[in-house]
Design a protein around this ligand. Structure first.
Ligand code: SF4
Ligand code: SF4
Length: 423
């Protein structure tokens, strides 16, 4: 590896881990990760073994900064069983040596029973629960292999987790069907007590034609969805503070305040974390688990080296290679050309983002109100000088969260910004 000045090296502070690979106990029609089974044809069932688990956790603890996080994702990570996660916690304690470790679990909720709930509560996991909205909306695409519906089970899991005091983030995929129901979905989440929400626009490119698949959300419809959702979010402010949390909007508040947003799609470059598959193979990003974006395998080279490798750096730089329309766009500071995976047009992911028209609808709609929120906040919280440029990279964990929730940053957006971005 080319020697990189240590002061310029990215810290190994976050891993996104897929202990059961692409295996899942559901068969959601729009899931992009199901097809990844083709990359791991050696076995039918994919499970991380203890050797890989131990090595991964040891390296993260040895090479990472004082505060690190792991997002356990899939497929469906609960297929590993509780014993696997108990072992993970034991290893975090063994190698952590006083480090602060945040664990996040992204799940479809089907296996979340009382034992899981007690475990997640005991170890303060942040749970990302996949739920697309009221039953008819959720069950439209989120079904089992035999077509079984799942909404009722997921609602029950949400209730169980919330009753036990587990922090739960509702992960809602916005698809061609659900995009018509922003109000119903938002109010439904609130009625369940799911005030932390993350909306993920669904777009899959047909590999042959690079055209969006039928369940992909049309850009203009998504733009209208965002605008309506924004109104709902703002209408629920109380005493100038949000009472619900919508990750995309809160991330934009960071950008408006001159801070680095927690959502990677709004950053100028990618490549800030690593994905570890069940067999220890390491990839550039959750959306780029593919042979051409394979960085290596656990044990071959230190994870920190893989994060700072020329290959991961080149991957990171792709996002900043923007088409002229972006370079001339007044929303570039906030939009940053969107997520790389949504750049269908043009060659090598340097074309215009599929959702461009959505963003061009949404940004002018929300711009003045974002500015007003920040201006009001600055007036109120004189101690928090959000405009200081030198703070753009790092926010103190004990300062009030820039999203305005009134909680400390470490108890708010820092907690909800650990790479749980998809599905
Ligand atoms: S490709 Fe998208 S999800 Fe991956 S790091 Fe870049 S912006 Fe984030
Ligand atoms: S709104 Fe469209 S043109 Fe403007 S930066 Fe975003 S993707 Fe590029």
């Amino acid at each position: 590896m080319d020697a990189l000045n240590p002061s310029l090296q990215k810290p190994l502070n976050h891993l996104l881990v897929k202990p059961a690979g692409p295996d899942c106990n559901m068969s959601c029609q729009y899931c992009f990760y199901r097809r990844k089974k083709d990359f791991f044809p050696q076995t039918k069932i994919h499970r991380m073994d203890e050797t890989v688990l131990e090595r991964m956790i040891r390296e993260l603890m040895e090479q990472g900064p004082k505060e690190v996080s792991i997002s356990w994702q899939g497929g469906e990570p609960t297929l590993m069983g509780l014993a696997f996660f108990r072992k993970a916690i034991e290893l975090e304690k063994r190698y952590g040596q006083g480090k602060i470790v945040a664990n996040g679990l992204q799940t479809n909720g089907l296996l979340i029973d009382r034992d899981w709930t007690a475990f997640l509560q005991q170890y303060h996991f942040l749970v990302g629960l996949s739920l697309d909205g009221p039953d008819a909306i959720h069950d439209h695409y989120r079904r089992g292999e035999g077509g079984q519906v799942s909404a009722c089970q997921v609602r029950e899991a949400a209730g169980r987790l919330l009753d036990a005091g587990v922090a739960v983030n509702a992960l809602c995929v916005v698809n061609d069907f659900s995009v018509r129901f922003p109000e119903e979905i938002y109010c439904f989440f609130k009625s369940l007590g799911l005030i932390y929400m993350q909306f993920i626009p669904c777009v899959e490119g047909d590999p042959g034609f690079r055209l969006p698949t039928v369940f992909s959300v049309p850009p203009l419809a998504y733009g209208a969805f965002l605008c309506r959702l924004f109104d709902l979010w703002i209408a629920d402010f109380s005493d100038d503070r949000p009472t619900t949390s919508i990750r995309f909007f809160e991330s934009l508040l960071f950008s408006y305040a001159g801070l680095s947003p927690p959502e990677c799609t709004l950053l100028p470059e990618c490549g800030t974390y690593l994905v570890i598959e069940h067999n220890g193979e390491v990839f550039s990003c959750d959306f780029f688990v593919a042979p051409e974006h394979r960085l290596g395998i656990i044990g071959e080279r230190p994870l920190k080296d893989l994060l700072n490798s020329p290959k991961q750096q080149s991957f990171g730089h792709i996002k900043s290679r923007l088409p002229e329309e972006c370079l001339l766009c007044r929303w570039l500071t906030f939009c940053r050309g969107g997520c790389l995976k949504d750049r269908f047009s043009g060659q090598d992911m340097t074309g215009l983002n599929y959702f461009c028209r959505a963003y061009k609808e949404f940004f002018p709609y929300a711009d003045n109100r974002f500015k007003k929120l920040i201006a009001d906040r600055r007036k109120k919280e004189q101690g928090l000088n959000l405009s200081v440029k030198t703070r753009a990279k790092k926010i103190g964990r004990n300062v009030p969260c820039p999203c305005g929730s009134g909680r400390k940053f470490k108890k708010c957006c820092a907690l909800h910004s650990d790479g749980i971005t998809n599905r």
